[in-house]
Structure formats: structure tokens, C-alpha cells
Design a protein around this ligand. Structure first.
Ligand code: WT7
Length: 656
């Protein structure tokens, strides 16, 4: 299996048009229809989004202004009153969907649960009332640190219902990472579980929360709500910690959704950037609701009888937008899975598809590459004929993996939507509409209607076809992040100042390299900043470096990504030691463990290389380009004239 390279994608000429059968019943049925919608959106973007907002969502009160754009700060649907929990639940109760499955949960070990819209509504209202009883008010922030259990979705919707913003922290993050996020978001309460199932073991969560909150290190947190999941031994601190099942007893299931202003904070989700500190990406209510709703409907071509399964974790934006909010806003049946393939049950994903008759399956290239490795006999032994649409997200997909997915999982009948987007964009930006756009293996194809995406140079000019450049977006869209929580300057600097405004038009810089081919199709090449993508998880090299440097033995650290067949990229850290420490196998192991402790298992370096010095420019900047070449075993090429001390490079080559 090879990585996505310029050569491989330029050779990739195969075209897969949707079948007539698929197109006929799709929401968007042809390229002509897609182009028509795009033209309409481009001619009058505000009218386009306003019409959709009117048709697709319930409003307590209509907006007065569609878009207020003070670059780079956008306000959508100002004057409107809306609640996303109402749009995801209440409005379906008045329809035949009331008793439709909203959430199918496949848990470990062998647990499962289905909640209808009426049942999900009831639980959300109860949790919302419990949060209120605990003093959570509109405008407060609530931390959510949960495994993949229904209560994760319930907690998010309960927060949204009462106007408290959630900040979900992936359950695989360490206590330290959790603490940093709770402090930055000034969370008032944390919702967690005793533990969660990962592969075949019960991992602790509540104990991590205890550690994060120890010694009053998050003074804003007053209460912890604990869901019983694994029944493992935990400490409950009187006055602070409460069992969810205790407080749920007898609490009212009547909790009207709070009418929110369109631009009220819906959630903060932390993501890595090129500096050490993760950014709190801010999403607000109405625009996010509309954008996730319409992208889910058109891209996954949701039909009323579909069972839809997105394999992401709730802790990432994909889980927010395409497990919870987008599907539920559409009244769909969304499946949530707590498990993962593991040696004791390598075919578990295919069992879930067969058991529930999954129609739409959305996963990551890194997962597909792992499925390939485990062998096609596993999917072949199951009946996957219910599938009608496949999706991928998170990193570029290599054409080989695309073809395997198409043939083995999709039986050559399911279109594949390769969806490019980011935490910051709220929803999918570049993607096929499956009934309308012919796909090419490895290409995310074309922008979603209303999205003006381009590949540009650093002056903001579009680059010619098949030339590399930067993926950029020209016009604000409803799902875009509004700011970095507490740091509007960082928002401006990170996304809006790399490319200068042209003719007064501000351009969003995504941080990805890309090219468009002669058909205008996008081929995303990966990050151009100090962000690496390990198994679909986004990590800042600086974050990992800070973690390493916080260890007493480490003087300096430089982290780069190296191509990896399975994970896309693998972390390689170059480390110099403090005078009294010597390189050793033990220290190598200890440093890896230290990074896991500081950030989480997703950040464990694949390789740590001790070195006497790091290659730097005369101004002291670490030359990562050289380290990247070294890490991947390539010849160090390009300009090395700015290197301060050339012998450093020679020593690194020799591995000292
Ligand atoms: C970065 C965003 C939002 C989805 C989950 C990741 C990479 C995402 C694709 C794709 C090529 C992709 C980009 C992007 N990426 N989807 N279909 N093809 N690259 O969200 O953690 O915010 O990461 O993931 O590099 O910038 P995220």
C-alpha cells in the first residue's frame, strides 16, 4: 500500500459515475442539478442559505439579518431564535418519527440499546433538568468526558437544550489534557462515566477526572455527574460527585427547549494547531444546525428508512456533526458503536452492519487500511448487502484503499463520498454528492453547494489546474467556526492572515495543500503546517514537543511525521538530553510513556531518536524539513545553506 503521492494521483484517471438507480432516488440527482444549485448559491449566497434555513429548520422566531460579515467575524441569522435540541428531537415527535429509532447503540461487551425519538427526548429532558438542579445555567460550559454510550449524545443534547455550551473531551485524552481543556473553557460541571470499554478492557474515566480536578486545579468545576458503565471501583467525592442514575430517579421529563439566539455559543471543541496550546474552536447555534443538517441530508443522501453509521468518536467533530446533530436534525436513525476491531473480534464492524442492516457507513482511511490488513475473508463472510453508500473522512485516502473499500465493502454498487473538512469548518466542505458527482479514487471531488473553495498561492491567486497550492475558502458559510475561544486574535492570525484579502474578499486558509485537476476536482495532499495526522487524529508537533520537554531528561525536542502504511503518519521525535542524562532504551520507553501521560495514547511517538543537536537555521529555527526527510529515510534534499552547523546533519545521518 502506498501513500498518496502527486505521482499516484496524477495517474489516477478512473471515473465512477453513480448508477442510474442510485441517482433516481437521490436528493440531488444529476451533475446538472448540482451545478444549478451551485449557480443559485453563488448568485445570491444569502438568499440560498436563508431559503434552506426556512425550509429545513424550526425557528421560534425568524432572523432579521442573514449574514453580518465583519471579516473574519461572521454572524448568521441574527435576530433569530432557535434550539438545536428542539430541531433534533421535539419537532420529530409530532410526526410518524415519534417511535422511530433515533439512536441504535451497540455496546461492549455485547450490550445494545435502541432509543426512539420519544425515548431519547425523554432522557435528554431528564438530564437537562438534572443539570439545572445542579445549578447549570444558560451560558455556562459543561465538560463531557464519556465513552461511546448513549449518554454522550444525551449529554450534548441536554446541554444544548438549556443553552449551556458543551466541551467534549475525547475519552482517550489524559487527565492533563482534560484539565487544560476544562480550565480554558471554564467548565462548571463535568459529565463522565466510571469507565469505558476499549478493546477488551475497562479503562478508567472517573479516576482521570479526579486527577484533572485534584487540588482545585479547575476552580470553576463545582459538580461531576457520573454515568455507571463498567461498574469498576471509583471514589465519589461527597458534595461534588453525583451518580446520574440516582439523580435521574423521579426527575421530570418535561423541559422545554430554551429559545437561543442564533449566535449563542453551542459548543467548544479543542483541536491542535501549530502552537503548543490546543485551540478552542467555537461553534454557534443556528448556522451550525443548518450546515450540519443540509450536508448530512445531501451528502449521505438520507432516506427515511436508512440506518446510518458513522464510526467516529463523539470526542471529535465528526462525532458531533455526523453522529449526533446532523442525523438527528434530519430525523434519521443514527448508530453508535462502542467497540473496535481487535484480535478477539476482528470482524466486529461487519457484524454490526449485518445485525442492523446498516445502509450508510462512514469511516476513516486509516480504519479501511486496517480492515485490508485483517483480510477480506472477514467482510466476505458477512452479508453486507444492506449497504448503499460509503463515506470516508480524516485524511487523504490512497486509491488502493479506495478501490478495496469500493469492491469488498461496497460490492461495486455503493458510491463513496470522500469528504474533506475540519473541526473549524463545522461540516463537510468538499465532497461528492453521491447521486450527482462521478467519483475518482483519492479525490474529494467538488465543493458543497454554497462553498467557494479554491486552490491558491500565498498571494491568493488561483493556481492553474494540476499545480499544487493551498486549500482556501472565499466566502463565509453558516457552519464556519466563529472564533478561538477567548482568543479572537489567534483566530484571525491562524486562518485569515496567511492569504491577503483580494478585492476586499477575505480568504480562509485551511492549512492543507491541494491541487485541482482538469475537471476541477480537488486532491487534498495533507497539512502544510506543523500538524500531523496520525490515524485520522490531528496532533500539533509543538504539543508533543512541549510534552517531551516537560520531562526532566529532555533539553530539546523536535517532532515530525513520517509516512506510515496504516496510520497515514507516524510520530518521530528527535530529542537532545540534559547533560546528566544518557540515551538508553529505558529512557526511550519512559519518554514515550511520558507523552502518553501528558496528552494521551494517540500521541505516543512511534520512534524517539536521541541526538546531540538539532539542525537549526542561524536564527535558531529548527529545520523540520530536514528532519522529515531523515525520519522517512529519504535523501536530505533542497537548500541546506541556512543550516547553522552542517556537522549536525552528518551526525544525524549517522544516527548519533
Ligand atoms: C484535517 C482536519 C473533520 C473531519 C475529521 C478531521 C484532514 C480531513 C480529509 C479528506 C484529505 C482530510 C485535513 C484537514 N482531512 N478530511 N477527506 N481528505 N484530508 O478533523 O481533526 O479537524 O482535521 O484532516 O488535513 O485539515 P480535524
Amino acid at each position: 500500500m502506498s501513500q498518496v503521492t502527486i505521482e499516484s494521483i496524477l495517474q489516477e484517471k478512473r471515473l465512477f459515475p453513480p448508477s442510474a438507480e442510485f441517482s433516481q432516488s437521490a436528493h440531488i440527482k444529476s451533475l446538472a442539478e448540482y451545478q444549478q444549485i451551485c449557480a443559485r448559491a453563488q448568485a445570491d449566497p444569502q438568499k440560498f442559505w436563508a431559503e434552506l434555513a426556512e425550509q429545513e429548520l424550526h425557528w421560534f422566531q425568524k432572523w432579521t439579518t442573514v449574514l453580518d460579515w465583519q471579516p473574519p467575524f461572521a454572524k448568521w441569522f441574527e435576530g433569530g431564535k432557535i434550539n438545536i435540541s428542539y430541531n433534533c428531537l421535539d419537532r420529530h415527535l409530532a410526526t410518524w418519527r415519534k417511535n422511530k429509532a433515533a439512536l441504535i447503540w451497540e455496546g461492549e461487551p455485547g450490550d445494545s440499546r435502541t432509543l426512539t425519538y420519544a425515548q431519547l427526548h425523554r432522557e435528554v429532558c431528564q438530564m437537562a433538568n438534572v443539570l439545572k438542579q445542579l445549578g447549570v445555567q444558560k451560558g455556562d460550559r459543561v465538560g463531557i468526558y464519556l465513552p461511546m454510550i448513549p449518554e454522550a449524545a444525551i449529554a450534548m443534547l441536554a446541554c444544548a437544550r438549556i443553552g449551556a455550551a458543551h466541551t467534549v473531551v475525547f475519552g482517550g485524552f489524559s487527565a492533563e489534557a482534560l484539565r487544560d481543556r476544562l480550565v480554558d473553557g471554564q467548565a462548571k460541571l463535568v459529565i463522565t462515566a466510571d469507565g469505558g470499554w476499549r478493546k477488551d478492557t475497562a479503562v478508567p474515566l472517573k479516576a482521570q477526572v479526579d486527577k484533572a480536578l485534584a487540588d482545585g486545579s479547575v476552580p470553576t468545576v463545582k459538580d461531576v455527574l457520573v454515568v455507571r458503565r463498567t461498574a469498576q471501583q471509583i471514589q465519589m467525592e461527597p458534595g461534588r460527585d453525583h451518580w446520574w442514575h440516582d439523580l435521574q430517579q423521579g426527575v421530570s421529563a418535561n423541559c422545554p427547549a430554551e429559545p437561543m439566539d442564533s449566535e449563542d455559543l453551542l459548543f467548544i471543541l479543542y483541536t491542535s494547531g501549530s502552537t503548543g496550546k490546543p485551540k478552542g474552536v467555537v461553534h454557534t447555534t443556528a448556522g451550525y444546525n443548518l450546515y450540519t443538517h443540509i450536508t448530512t441530508k445531501w451528502i449521505f443522501d438520507l432516506q427515511d428508512t436508512d440506518v446510518y453509521w458513522c464510526t467516529a468518536d463523539i470526542g471529535w467533530i465528526t462525532g458531533h456533526s455526523y453522529i449526533v446533530y446532523g442525523p438527528l436534525s434530519n430525523g434519521a436513525t443514527t448508530l453508535m458503536y462502542e467497540g473496535a476491531p481487535r484480535p478477539s473480534n476482528p470482524g466486529c464492524m461487519w457484524d454490526v452492519i449485518e445485525k442492523h442492516g446498516v445502509n450508510i457507513f462512514y469511516t476513516a482511511p486509516t480504519a479501511i487500511r486496517a480492515f485490508i490488513k485483517m483480510g477480506e475473508h472477514l467482510p466476505n463472510a458477512r452479508n453486507l448487502s444492506s449497504l448503499r453508500l460509503l463515506g470516508t473522512v480524516g485524511e487523504p485516502i490512497n486509491p488502493e484503499a479506495w478501490m478495496w473499500y469500493y469492491r469488498i465493502i461496497g460490492g461495486e454498487r455503493c458510491p463513496i463520498v470522500d469528504t474533506w473538512w475540519q473541526t473549524e469548518t463545522g461540516g463537510i466542505m468538499v465532497t461528492p454528492l453521491p447521486g450527482a458527482i462521478a467519483t475518482k479514487p483519492g479525490s474529494a471531488t467538488l465543493p458543497f453547494p454554497g462553498i467557494i473553495a479554491d486552490v491558491v498561492d500565498l498571494e491568493g491567486n488561483n493556481v492553474p489546474a494540476n499545480e499544487g497550492g493551498y486549500l482556501a475558502v472565499r466566502h463565509p458559510w453558516p457552519g464556519m467556526m466563529r472564533t478561538v475561544f477567548g482568543d479572537p486574535d489567534r483566530f484571525r492570525r491562524t486562518y485569515w492572515e496567511h492569504i491577503p484579502p483580494k478585492d476586499g474578499q477575505y480568504t480562509y486558509f485551511a492549512g492543507d495543500g491541494a491541487r485541482r485537476d482538469e475537471d476541477g476536482y480537488f486532491w487534498v495532499m495533507g497539512r502544510v503546517d506543523d500538524v500531523i495526522n496520525v490515524a485520522g487524529h490531528r496532533l500539533g508537533t509543538m504539543e508533543i514537543e512541549s510534552a517531551l520537554v516537560s520531562h526532566p531528561a529532555v533539553a530539546e525536542a523536535a517532532v515530525v511525521g513520517k509516512p506510515d502504511d496504516l496510520k497515514g503518519e507516524e510520530i518521530v521525535a528527535f530529542v537532545t538530553l540534559e547533560g546528566t542524562f544518557d540515551p538508553s532504551e529505558e529512557l526511550n520507553k519512559e519518554l514515550k510513556k511520558h507523552v502518553v501521560q501528558e496528552i494521551g495514547a494517540i500521541a505516543r511517538p512511534g520512534e524517539i531518536r536521541f541526538t546531540e543537536a538539532l539542525p537549526k537555521t542561524r536564527s535558531g529555527k529548527i529545520m523540520r524539513r530536514l528532519l522529515r526527510s531523515l525520519a522517512s529515510g529519504q535523501e536530505v534534499s533542497g537548500d541546506t545553506s541556512t543550516l547553522e552547523d552542517r556537522s549536525v546533519l552528518d551526525k544525524l545521518r549517522e544516527g548519533t
